[in-house]
Design a protein around this ligand. Structure first.
Ligand SMILES: Cc1cc2nc3c(=O)[nH]c(=O)nc-3n(C[C@H](O)[C@H](O)[C@H](O)COP(=O)(O)OP(=O)(O)OC[C@H]3O[C@@H](n4cnc5c(N)ncnc54)[C@H](O)[C@@H]3O)c2cc1C
Length: 396
């Protein structure tokens, strides 16, 4: 006989979006249980620097602060960036963003993935979790009154009012319930590494759009930089096959030495890239958040930020329904969340996809057809303001 556990909400996935959802919904007064099939993240180790970093937008920082995650990260290390330079042909002609122009203290913060995870997991406290346990099978209710049934690999059965799928872009739950997704792979891989530059400029992020893909330099707290170099498959294979000296030389040339020469470079890790958008974000008893609902090219550094915005909106929508005495897990409530987030997520997906196509090799010449080189955009205040708002705040 399997054990049956009850909770208001079961969050499946303890990645950055899932764990933040568990905290946010718990703090809003729901009883939450979180299931993660992998291991709990290791405690923060100051001697180790994670090559995977996120550019965290101000709205995400606000959410993480309200959940008590931000102070833990700030006590370890985070790296604000107050300026950003984006260019295509010549660094001095490109777009420049400055936090001061919009009255912000920072455009964003560079935070290691491992640090977000360890800080957020530390805030779980006594929230029930099942770690190293797979959410194997989901049976959705066939009427509004019934509960979902979630079978776990440890033999447990959960009967929550709502299952929140934060199980990543390959979302097994999305597949199980038959929600289709629009998806295509980008013919690019993103190479990440950390490096020291001879002429680093503090608190400044750089991104150059190359014909073979965008190259970003993100400032680290210790004065080094993390890079995200998205390159067409053939170019990525070349870059990965190079020894450190050749890779450093390629980086210097690709960045037009805007930060000087590369002095030292860590091992490189590469990620395949794709766009994915779920056609629906909900079914009775189930809602999708984070990469389970949408995955985007990292050129705008917005994937996790969109997921955190999903969390903020879901918490607000469910709490408002509950506080008004309505059924907070009803399809009507979930539809309100879906409508709001679909519109915002699609806008960012479309913008990043257009930037990829406009500046990449996929449709050579599109940029010229559009007639908006970055150099021109710098002179068009309203367009620049829109790009700044999307790139920096990213989420609403
Ligand atoms: C190179 C690169 C750079 C990026 N840079 C940025 C950036 O600067 N800023 C930004 O905002 N975003 C960035 N992103 C995007 C960001 O990495 C993702 O959007 C984010 O990791 C999504 O988090 P998630 O929690 O939704 O999914 P995931 O991180 O994929 O987590 C899903 C979790 O669910 C668990 N799981 C899956 N199935 C089950 C199951 N059946 N049972 C239990 N657990 C399960 C998995 O083990 C995993 O832990 C970048 C991405 C790439 C590739």
């Amino acid at each position: 006989m399997s054990a049956v556990s009850h909770c208001d909400i079961a969050v499946v996935g303890g990645g950055p979006v899932g764990v933040v959802a568990a905290l946010s919904l718990r703090d809003a007064g729901f009883s939450v249980l979180m299931i993660e099939r992998g291991k709990a993240p290791p405690a923060f180790d100051a001697a180790h620097y994670d090559s995977r970093v996120y550019a965290i937008a101000p709205a995400s920082a606000k959410l993480l602060d309200a959940l008590g995650v931000w102070p833990l990260m700030a006590a370890a290390r985070i790296s604000p960036y107050t300026r950003m330079q984006v260019w295509e042909r010549a660094a001095e002609l490109g777009l420049r963003f400055d936090a001061a122009d919009s009255g912000q203290t920072a455009l964003g913060w560079i935070v290691e993935q491992g640090l977000i995870l360890s800080a957020a997991w530390a805030r779980l406290g006594s929230l029930p979790t099942r770690v190293g346990v797979d959410a194997e099978a989901l049976l959705l209710p066939d009427d509004d009154q019934a509960r979902a049934e979630l079978r776990l690999s440890n033999g447990e059965i959960l009967r929550p009012r709502l299952v929140v799928a934060a199980d990543g872009a390959d979302s097994p739950l999305r597949e199980q319930v038959g929600i289709d997704a629009t998806t295509w792979t980008y013919a690019q891989r993103a190479i990440v590494a950390q490096l020291s530059m001879s002429a680093a400029i503090p608190a400044t992020a750089f991104q150059r759009f190359l014909p073979t893909g965008p190259l970003a330099f993100l400032p680290q707290a210790d004065g080094r930089h993390s890079i995200v170099w998205s390159a067409d498959t053939a170019r990525a294979a070349e870059l990965l096959a190079m020894d450190d000296a050749a890779f450093g030389a390629a980086l210097g040339e690709a960045s037009q030495y805007a930060l000087g020469d590369v002095l030292a470079v860590s091992p490189r890790i590469a990620f395949p890239l794709r766009l994915l958008h779920a056609q629906d974000y909900h079914r009775p008893g189930l809602v999708l958040i984070g990469d389970a609902a949408h995955a985007i090219h990292p050129l705008a550094g917005q994937g996790a930020n969109l997921g955190f915005a999903d969390v903020a909106r879901l918490t607000k929508t469910l709490s408002a329904a509950r506080d008004a005495g309505r059924d907070w897990s009803s399809p009507r409530t979930l539809a309100a969340y879906s409508r709001a987030r679909k519109a915002a997520n699609l806008e960012m997906l479309a913008l990043t996809d257009a930037l990829y196509r406009g500046f990449g090799t996929a449709l050579p010449g599109l940029r010229d057809v559009l007639g908006i080189g970055l150099e021109a955009v710098n002179k068009l205040a309203p367009v620049k303001a829109l790009l700044a708002q999307q790139a920096v705040q990213g989420i609403r």
